[in-house]
Structure formats: structure tokens, C-alpha cells
Design a protein around this ligand. Structure first.
Ligand SMILES: [Ca+2]
Length: 484
């Protein structure tokens, strides 16, 4: 009798399909306004559930932004309270809190204990390796080419085989599938048919000629960032294959075409897996999450990498469908990726581990709340210190830079409603307008130095400091009170 009771409770638990891409900004998807990159399966997923407009990763203390981001996903911990991730990370950046206890309360550990079968496919490295090993089935390999064996197809086929195999053995346990891709991270080696469609080619060196079929320059494109980004010799800014230090129209458009080719290939795999879920009768009882570990610039603001706090790099796409989520719905959310673990627990009726510091998004997903927090904090601290910090409240956003041993000390204030692309004065130059075809209006600039916004600036500065203190940020900026 007890066995039957336990069995029926287990049978009711929802499945989880967690899809995580590598380096994908929200604006690459039609759900966030893209009109070029074709992603019919992700679009369908979005229309069957909810899109969040304000989902972020909390930041990084390393050039490998993937690594802390993925550790936050697995552990639900905030940036400055992560468990140890690997030998090369400095002691002050890690190891806060009990290491073993955090590991035993990571995503796979929690779901294993709750009676789930846990499966993972993803790229190798730049992650929380100890936690990754806890999935019951692990099929990891870095796949950044275009063919069946070393492209996104490989990750897709691992999930398809797993679903078929558990269907054949009539597995009754619910599943948690961590479906990670190695793309659209560079090198963005796309399939030939898709490269042709997006007017791009896989190249090692920056292309000399513009391909007119390639996606147009983004409106926040600049030939260079107006001040140093603070991380000298950063690979993403100087050594991406096919880009290097070039930010010309030919280079950026080719790279966008390559990125879109990689994303459409991912979309194909997402479609195959969702169809498989339908075929084996599991779709209705599955929560599907689609997100990325962080965004990326790809030519916006004169930057190529993800090591900045503009919206294109700080924000992530976030799409969820599943039981109880209203189709075609949309919300702000104000979430971090570290909210994922509490959210998945909440949706599955599993107690949220005390080590998790994020919040459940369930009230937002069920349409009961618009946001789960008022303030959003971001950090980039992988180059010269203290680096960059951002704070967002409502439409207002502050970014501060204190880098290159005090040579760069900048403050930016944006109203994201009036200036969603965070355009700055350099975007108003004739040469840039001619290239992008976008003439910004007068309000679309950095507002930090305008006297009529001085009160707002003070307010945002105070909020940033408050969050830095609360989140145990180990650094302070030149104009903040010194640490004890
Ligand atoms: Ca990444």
C-alpha cells in the first residue's frame, strides 16, 4: 500500500528539460525582436509558454564568464558565495560556505534524491565539474563544428537516444535533462546550407569584403569602444577566429551570419527533441526551460565578447513552457540564472535547499507576480580590478567602470525605456549613423553627466553600493567608502 502511494506521488512529478546554450544574447531570437535569425521551434516553445524580458546572469570574476555563471545555475549561489570550482580560481573568489554541503545540494544531487533520473549533455569545461559528475548519465563533449559528430547535432542526438532508450525500458521515474549546447560560442562554425542562407563563411581571418546577404549591423555597433574595457589581451576581444581585433562592417556582419547559422542549427535540435517528447507522450508533463549562460556583444558598442555589462551581454534569453504556464504570456521577472534551482524545486514539489540563495520564479511563471525582486546587480571583474558593476531598478540602469589601475573611471546612466540599446554619444556620429542606418534621438545618450539627472544618479549609486554590501562584493570603487 505504501509502495503504491509513493509510486503515485512520484508519477505525478513533472519532467524537466533544461536547455542551455553557450553565449547567446536574447536579441538573437524572434521572441525578443530578431527578424532575421530563423528559430521556428524556439518560437513555438515561446508561444506555448512564457517569455521573461528581464532575466540576467549575476556576473563573473573571470574572463571565462561561463564558469561562475554555470556554477550559479548548478548551486543557486550568488556570485561572491560560490563553492570552489577549480584550481586556478583565487581563494577570495570562492569557497565561501560549506563546500561539501553546497555540492550535495546542487541541481543533480537534489533531483537524484527526489527520485528523478538525471541526464546531462553539454560542452566540457568552464563549469562546476564536481556537480556535473553527479548526473546519473553524462554525455559531455565540446561541439563547435557543423557536422553530426562535432556540431549541435551531437548534443541533440544524445538526448534523443536517451529519451528513446528510457521509453523502451518503460522508465517510470521522471527525468531531469540538462541539454547543453557548445554553440553559438565561437568558433561559430556553421553548416554550409545555413552559412549560405545568412551570407556568411567560416574563416580564420577577418573577411575583406562585405557579403550583402549577411545580417545588417546592429544599431549599437561601434568601430571601437570609447574607453578601454579593462581586460587587456582578453581573448574574446582580440583573438576570436574570423574577428581578432577587427570591428569592420564586413567582419561583424559575417560573424553575425555565422552566429545565426549556429543558432538555427540549435533550433533544429530543439525541434527534434520536443517532437520526441510528444511522440513518447511526455510533452504534457514536462517543464521546458530555454536560456543561455550569458549574452554577448558581437560588434555592439565596439565589443566582441561577453565581458561587459551592457544589456546585450548581461541579459539572457529566458523562455519557459509547461503545466500551468499560460501560453503566449510574457513578464519582466527580474530573475538571475541562480534562481533556476529554487524554481525547478518549487515546480517539482521538492524542498528548496537552504544553501540556495536564489528565489523561486514560480509565482511569475504562474502569472501571480510580475517580478521576484526590485534590484538587479551585475559584476564583471575578470580583468583589472575592481572592474565593472551595474545596477538596474525599473527602467533605470547604472554602469560603473574602475579599471586599468585607475586610468579608466567612468559612469553611465541609462533610461532603458527611452534608450533600450544603451546608445552613447559615439552612436550619434555621422559615420556610425551612415553604417547602422539608425539616427538616435537626443535622449539616447549616457545621462550620467547631465545635471537634471543628478538626483537619479545619486539614487542609483546608493542602490549599487547597497547591493555590493549585501552580496558581499569584495571590492569598492574610487568614489565609494573604503572597505574595513
Ligand atoms: Ca558561455
Amino acid at each position: 500500500m505504501l509502495f503504491l502511494f509513493v509510486f503515485s506521488v512520484l508519477a505525478k512529478k513533472p519532467n524537466i528539460l533544461f536547455i542551455l546554450t553557450d553565449d547567446q544574447a536574447p536579441h538573437t531570437l524572434s521572441s525578443y525582436g530578431n527578424k532575421v535569425c530563423q528559430t521556428p521551434h524556439i518560437d513555438k516553445l515561446a508561444s506555448s509558454g512564457m517569455v521573461l524580458d528581464q532575466a540576467y546572469h549575476m556576473g563573473s570574476m573571470s574572463g571565462a564568464v561561463c564558469s561562475p555563471s554555470r556554477t550559479m545555475i548548478m548551486s543557486g549561489r550568488t556570485l561572491w558565495n560560490l563553492p570552489p570550482r577549480g584550481k586556478k580560481h583565487r581563494k577570495q573568489e570562492e569557497g565561501k560556505g560549506p563546500r561539501v554541503e553546497i555540492l550535495q545540494n546542487t541541481l543533480p544531487a537534489v533531483f537524484n534524491r527526489a527520485g528523478y533520473e538525471t541526464f546531462r549533455t553539454c560542452k566540457n569545461g568552464n563549469s562546476y565539474g564536481l556537480a556535473n559528475e553527479l548526473f546519473q548519465i553524462v554525455k559531455d563533449k565540446s561541439c563547435r563544428n557543423a557536422d553530426e559528430d562535432s556540431g549541435s547535432q551531437w548534443h541533440g542526438s544524445q538526448v534523443l537516444s536517451y529519451l528513446e532508450e528510457r521509453h523502451v525500458r518503460k522508465e517510470e521515474k521522471p527525468f531531469l535533462i540538462y541539454f547543453g549546447f557548445s554553440h553559438p560560442h565561437d568558433a561559430r562554425n556553421g553548416r554550409n546550407d545555413l552559412l549560405d542562407k545568412y551570407g556568411a563563411e567560416n574563416v580564420q581571418n577577418p573577411p575583406a569584403r562585405i557579403n550583402r546577404k549577411a545580417p545588417k549591423l546592429p544599431i549599437s555597433w561601434l568601430p571601437a569602444h570609447p574607453f578601454h574595457h579593462g581586460h587587456p589581451k582578453l581573448r574574446d576581444e582580440v583573438n576570436v577566429p574570423g574577428v581578432k581585433t577587427s570591428r569592420t562592417e564586413a567582419t561583424v556582419r559575417n560573424e553575425l551570419g555565422r552566429e545565426y547559422a549556429c543558432i538555427e542549427n540549435i533550433d533544429d535540435q530543439v525541434g527534434l527533441v520536443i517532437n520526441k517528447l510528444k511522440e513518447i507522450g511526455e510533452f504534457e508533463n514536462t517543464y521546458i526551460f530555454y536560456t543561455s549562460d550569458h549574452g554577448i556583444a558581437v560588434g555592439r558598442h565596439g565589443l566582441m565578447g561577453k565581458q561587459n555589462l551592457y544589456e546585450h551581454s548581461w541579459r539572457v534569453p529566458f523562455i519557459v513552457s509547461g503545466p500551468g504556464i499560460k501560453p503566449m504570456s510574457r513578464n519582466e521577472g527580474n530573475s538571475y540564472l541562480l534562481d533556476l534551482l529554487p524554481t525547478l524545486c518549487d515546480l517539482s514539489g521538492i524542498p528548496i535547499p537552504e544553501t540556495a540563495q536564489g528565489k523561486s520564479l514560480k509565482p511569475v511563471l504562474m502569472g501571480k507576480k510580475k517580478i521576484i525582486r526590485a534590484l538587479l546587480y551585475g559584476a564583471y571583474c575578470g580583468g583589472t580590478k575592481p572592474g565593472m558593476r551595474s545596477i538596474r531598478k525599473g527602467d533605470w540602469k547604472l554602469i560603473k567602470y574602475d579599471t586599468m589601475d585607475g586610468q579608466v573611471r567612468e559612469t553611465q546612466l541609462f533610461n532603458l525605456k527611452e534608450n533600450p540599446n544603451e546608445l552613447i554619444i559615439e552612436h550619434h556620429s555621422k559615420e556610425v549613423v551612415k553604417k547602422t542606418g539608425n539616427q538616435p534621438n537626443k535622449k539616447q545618450i549616457n545621462l550620467a553627466k547631465l545635471s537634471r539627472y543628478s538626483e537619479k544618479l545619486v539614487e542609483m549609486e546608493e542602490l549599487l553600493l547597497k547591493e555590493m554590501v549585501r552580496l558581499e562584493d569584495p571590492y569598492r570603487f574610487w568614489d565609494q567608502p573604503k572597505l574595513d
